[in-house]
Design a protein around this ligand. Sequence first.
Ligand code: NAP
Length: 251
Amino acid sequence: MAISFSLEGKAALVTGANTGIGQAIAVALAEAGADVALAGRSEPAETLALIAATGRKAVNIKADLSSIEPVARVIAEAEAGLGKVDILVNNAGIIRRDDLLQFSEEDWDAVIDTNLKTLFFLSQAAAKGMAARGSGKIVNIASLLTFQGGIRVPSYAAAKSGVGGVTKAMANELAARGVQVNAIAPGYISTNNTAALQGDETRNRQILERIPTGRWGRPEDIAGAAVFLASPASDYVTGHVLAVDGGWLAR
Ligand code: NAP
């Protein structure tokens, strides 16, 4: 049997796809043949245009994912627009930086709610249809801080470590229903999320010194792993966190 990376006939939902990693993933899924729904709080005009240029259908769903309030509506609108959700990419995420000794409850709750709580409940809502159809793919965007503690980002490290945990928990219960759940741990990727780090001369140098590939990642560097984990080629891969980090974790 030929190995297939094709997503033709599939419907995908990507969160936080107006920019950065989410945009690159949404466009790559469309290039691989999927119709794509985008859920986020900002207008994703550029992403919609890039998907339209591939000839695939794009649906825009306005939603603030800082709470689980819009979860049922997001899945309902994606299913109404595309007929179903075969692939869910939980990409939307935030980061808050502060010294540990003064880290606030607000910075703790905001990051845990967006990066972990919404990710779980959106996955749960999408998985109901996937389980009923006997197939589906959930791809969570984790982080190097799924494995490490980081500096000045305790709620982010906690949330992304939690993403690794719920990825495995969901994978275990959904495998028998034909649904694979995996995560991608991006290394240091040049996006809005890391603008502060890139702008800090010392941290930027320290980061580059540790990356064997010798450069910051680009959002497109994450897209191939996402297409793989969304495609039939990964049907026997589940509960895995795949690092795409230029070799950072190998050091
Ligand atoms: P980004 O450019 O800041 O993108 C984050 C996306 O999440 C944006 O679309 C953002 O929308 C959306 N988002 C944030 N809060 C939201 C909310 N309450 N409701 C709806 N959408 C929301 O950063 P990125 O680097 O591409 O990040 C994408 C994912 O990769 C995140 O989960 C991040 O933690 C993870 N990641 C990034 C790196 C890296 O080095 N860049 C490394 C590891 C993991 P707005 O534009 O409206 O804010």
